[in-house]
Design a protein around this ligand. Structure first.
Ligand code: 3VV
Ligand code: FAD
Length: 633
């Protein structure tokens, strides 16, 4: 068995058969998949060695090995779900004995997480796949009773995985106990043929993520041992007794893990886009500022700085908040392990709104980075289009953004009611209780003052939502209808909450560590944090004018300070993206390479196009020439 030392970037990036001679954009759909499986198998082998050293624990932040694969795959790794959801679901939801059993083959099996169906993605209680206990044979019988019950979307399901964790409605003695998770082998380990009673395939080309091998899966009287239900939280005994979970939502725990992780993931996606666009903006000379001087670096245009520096700052914001949220997640998981569920609702609410804001922001900011590079940003070789399609998929997967924001709104409304009843609240929402005492406080044009102002916006909008729901109920609507009628405002409350959290955590974490940093580093990091907070104060000036005592004069001063910060950051901009330390082989961009040889790389890449293999393409003679000659006068 090959054994790799813990892979370093150099080692992985030096492996010859991981390099592509033809850029992926020139391969067919099928060739793309085969190419990533070729590379993914080598990486899987390396990561398996790595993971064995690290003994995969349910909530251990994944290693940066995951990042190296970004460069190698240059698209999504079809093995990703094995690490992102399949193994965490088993370590999170199975008993220790089951973990030993299901993971005994270590990395000899490849799994995915099959929850979403053709007919349901959000509403899990509406999933239609059934798992019915057969008492006589001590098995569950899995069925897809309708076309809409086919599993649809799971990554790696089409042709890669040979096992999966399946979410299905549990039926015991005719009674439905809701969605539960099951460990299911779907392909023969040796032949990789689908097992009898299954219909498997891939769902077709997508806007991006085209190497993720998202697939479909239908069951027809497919039998698995009773012990294949993940039974850490709830159990089905041999005699058919169903033992309830202490909290039925624990079944959803694997989704919380990925949502928490995605904040850090988006920090990294943004770091790549910022590196590409800022370096390119330092190389690209275009137009004049002073008419009698040479063409300037486009990075000298203040509006270009306005477009790009927010991405540098946001990447750091997501990285720092991602670590903070990871620590919260780990602490809550520890508490749950000791039997306390108290903080699960808070963790769910935080992970929902922060996952949504980070994925949405990553999407539009990467697009902004692409647009800031002009036509060359539109080239696949810039890697900005792929970064965009990969990042924006996360707005939908792992919980669609609207739906997750409404989950956070549910928590805000509950917290508001508890605050009005004088109950004490967790620190992350305790500001709701202080609203009435603080709402007329004098505005302070400082980062802390802005954070306090953004919190007042959250409290003010939440109060408005609670009053709206109450108004609809008093007019005769049921609570659920009143909730639906108020949902536009509820989304606004969650978005405001998420923004206030990001600003607060970013500023105070930077402030906390700045005394431990060299003065220069502390100064630059604080400039980035202040830029982020001031940017969002200006973006949300309307809400601040409604819910705080900020004045037009305060806003003018904030605008001035914002522009000062752009000028202060300008000399460090390239240094700041260099400090993301993303190697060219992982950045995969003709515009963002460290050596700045943009035009040479663009030409080298263009010449790799299969179309450039000959000076006259055969289509001229076959199709064009007859027409031209026919119409030639
Ligand atoms: C080398 C290492 C590499 C590692 C890499 C790591 C990561 C890499 C990053 C990226 C790669 C990922 C690649 C793609 C992955 C994609 C995977 C998927 O997409 S898997 C499918 C996702 N599907 C959803 O998320 C469904 C969304 N729907 C739901 O969550 C629920 O259905 C919901 C919440 C929308 C509604 O559920 P209701 O209707 O049953 O529940 P209600 O009535 O609304 O709430 C009931 C109570 O349950 C709580 N609740 C709901 N969900 C909860 C949860 N997850 N946790 C805790 N509590 C929850 C609520 O707070 C509420 O509590 P109260 O009643 O207010 O006290
Ligand atoms: C690239 C990619 C990879 C994926 N990988 C996996 C995977 O590995 N495993 C897996 O199981 N799934 C996976 N998914 C599926 C993903 O989790 C679902 O697409 C997602 O949960 C949304 O469900 P849906 O697509 O059915 O949309 P729906 O739930 O039908 O939502 C459609 C629209 O209706 C709105 N809506 C729905 N419910 C409400 C509500 N209560 N209130 C207000 N509006 C609502 C939504 O906001 C949305 O705009 C993946 C999806 C993508 C795009």
């Amino acid at each position: 068995m090959k054994c790799y030392p813990v892979p370093r970037e150099n080692l992985v990036l030096s492996i010859d058969n991981l390099k592509d001679d033809i850029p992926e954009e020139y391969l067919s759909h099928k060739e793309c998949y085969e190419n990533v499986i070729r590379k993914g198998s080598v990486l899987y082998d390396i990561f398996s060695e790595l993971s064995k050293d690290r003994k995969h624990k349910a909530h251990q932040a994944p290693s940066n090995a995951y990042r190296i694969s970004d460069g190698i795959m240059q698209n999504v790794n079809p093995f990703l779900l094995h690490f992102a959801l399949f193994v965490p679901a088993i370590t999170n939801q199975a008993t220790p004995e089951q973990q030993a059993e299901f993971l005994k083959h270590g990395f000899g099996i490849i799994g995915t997480y099959a929850q979403t169906e053709l007919g349901h993605g959000t509403f899990l209680r509406g999933l239609e796949t059934t798992a019915t206990l057969d008492l006589e044979t001590d098995e569950f019988v899995l069925n897809s009773p309708t076309l809409t019950s086919y599993k649809w979307w799971p990554g790696g399901l089409g042709h890669t995985a040979n096992h999966c964790v399946v979410m299905a409605q549990l039926y015991v003695k005719g009674k439905c106990h809701g969605p539960h998770l099951f460990f299911v082998q779907i392909r023969d380990i040796e032949t990789h043929e689908p097992l009898p009673g299954l219909k498997l395939g891939e769902i077709g080309a997508k806007m991006g993520f085209n190497t993720a091998d998202n697939g479909f899966l239908g069951f027809h009287n497919f039998r698995i041992p009773r012990n294949n239900m993940l039974m850490k939280n709830s159990q089905v005994l041999k005699d058919g007794t169903y033992v309830e979970s202490k909290n039925e939502k624990l079944t959803y725990g694997s989704m919380v893990f990925v949502r928490v992780y995605l904040l850090s993931d988006m920090a990294y996606m943004l770091a790549r886009a910022a590196t590409i666009s800022v370096r390119y903006s330092a190389v690209r000379h275009q137009s004049h500022i002073k008419p009698d001087e040479p063409e300037v670096q486009i990075l000298d245009f203040v509006i270009q700085q306005h477009k790009l520096f927010i991405s540098i700052a946001t990447s750091h914001a997501f990285k720092i908040c991602g670590l903070w949220l990871w620590q919260t997640y780990s602490k809550v998981m520890e508490d749950i392990g000791k039997g306390s569920m108290d903080r699960l609702p808070e963790l769910h609410a935080l992970s929902c709104c922060l996952k949504t804001t980070s994925t949405r922001d990553a999407g539009w900011l990467i697009e902004q980075c692409r647009l800031a590079c002009g036509g060359h940003g539109y080239l696949m070789s810039s890697n900005l289009p792929s970064l965009y399609t990969t990042a924006t998929a996360a707005i939908t997967y792992e919980g669609e953004s609207t739906v997750l924001l409404l989950q956070t709104a549910r928590y805000l409304i509950k917290s508001w009611k508890r605050a009005m009843e004088g109950e004490s609240l967790p620190a992350t929402v305790s500001f709701l209780s202080e609203y009435f005492n603080k709402r007329y406080n004098k505005w302070e044009n400082t980062p802390k003052g802005i954070v306090d102002g953004l919190k007042l916006v959250v409290a003010g909008v939440t109060k408005m939502c609670a009053e709206s729901i109450q108004k609809h109920v008093s007019r005769g609507q049921q609570y659920e209808e009143a909730w639906n009628s108020s949902s536009v405002q509820l989304i606004k409350a969650s978005e405001a909450y998420s923004r206030a959290l990001l600003c607060e955590v970013f500023w105070f974490e930077v402030d906390k560590v700045s005394s431990t940093l060299s003065n220069n580093l502390a100064v630059v990091l604080k400039q980035l944090a202040e830029l982020y907070i001031t940017y969002w104060a200006l973006e949300k000036r309307g809400d601040l004018l409604v819910y705080t005592t900020i004045s037009k004069d305060d806003l003018d001063k904030l605008q001035e300070r914002y522009e000062e910060l752009l000028a202060l950051i300008r000399p460090n901009a390239v240094g700041l993206v260099d400090s993301f330390d993303i190697r060219d082989e992982i950045l995969c961009s003709t515009l963002g390479a460290y050596d700045g040889r943009v035009y040479e790389r663009m030409m080298e890449h263009a010449l790799k196009s299969p179309l450039n293999a000959e000076t006259v393409n055969q289509s001229f003679h076959k199709y064009m020439k007859p027409v031209i000659l026919k119409h030639k006068i």
